[in-house]
Design a protein around this ligand. Sequence first.
Ligand code: AMP
Length: 396
Amino acid sequence: MNVLVINSGSSSIKYQLIDMPSETVKATGLIERIGAENAKITYKKDDFKTSKELHIANHEEGLTQMNRFLMHKEFGVIADKDDIKIVGHRVVHGGQSFSKTVEITEIVKSKIQSLCTLAPLHNPPNLKGIEVAENVFSKARQVAVFDTAFLQTMPQKAYQYAIPKSFLEKEDIRAYGFHGTSHKYVSEKAQEFLDYRNQSSSKLISIHLGNGCSMTAIKDGKAIDHSMGFGPANGLIMGIRAGDIDQSVIFYLMDKLGYSAKEVNDILLKESGMLGLTGSNDLRDIQQKAEAGNKDCRLALEMNAYRIKKYIGAYAVALNGLDAIIFTAGIGENSALMRDLVCRDMDVLGLQLDQNNNKMALSEIRDISTKTSKVKILVIPTNEELEIAKQAYKIL
Ligand code: AMP
């Protein structure tokens, strides 16, 4: 059965057509700069890749153009758009309303709409993608997969902030977390890999290191703690976000240095992290410069790894033990140096990295711990699109 996975942004749509349950990717692509004269659509099928620049006025036209590629006589993969039976949508914020994947109804849409205040940059274009797909694929069933859903199992002691409780009760101000689809996917892969399906307990920490970075403590398959919070700013040092910071800094910037709230927000979310520390948010550049002796880059890498180590320590305690840590996403999957820095001097947890395995190129899931390491160290490529297709197919 053909499942189309859509990740709709304000001016872009990422798509992937996946056959389920075989999990075969039939085609993938990206529609970018929607609304501009020089919009671009990219289409990829196996090794074949093509792209076209054209004016795409809106999201609906974008999906119509995508269909032309999907149904193309030479390199298309479907004969008719109605061959797509399910459309799975990535929705960033499900708030407290959605703890799992749901089929989209009018009620679901109005709840996603009401959650736009919590995710003003993401939920509105996600909702637009849903509405447009309902028109274009009127015979398909539409499913919403929420980035926050997997993290809804966090206990209240983990998600509540120690501020007056009316803010939680009346305004839903609490930690939600993000990247849940990725954390779910890699932790289930890890459980299969470690053959924990039949065991009563597993204690995992998944470390998603990309442009955005987050960590989740997962006990028996359920998230019990997570490093991001109310928004995607908390926790680890990211490409352009600061992560954990004492709120006193914010008030100092505003009250003493005269920055506006918007300016402070921009500093913390767009100009900080590795970019603020080194001038680049591309870890490959930073690694190269560090190797060439750049002190700022070296320090930034160490700060980044140190923050991750602290969360590993905290989560090992929260889990009361640790079976495996999982590295995933652009940096987690590809940077042997970052994995090395994180796993150094972790004797307290009995965590030992096999240096040779760590440096080998990644194929599928890889165990890069030594034979005597008490904790497995896994590298697992994430695949959020496949996870969305799996969940959408499963609930229908
Ligand atoms: P993502 O958001 O998952 O696409 O990850 C993007 C991040 O992964 C960027 O910081 C890239 O520099 C980093 N990245 C991608 N490939 C590599 C690589 N081979 N070595 C180190 N970092 C990488």
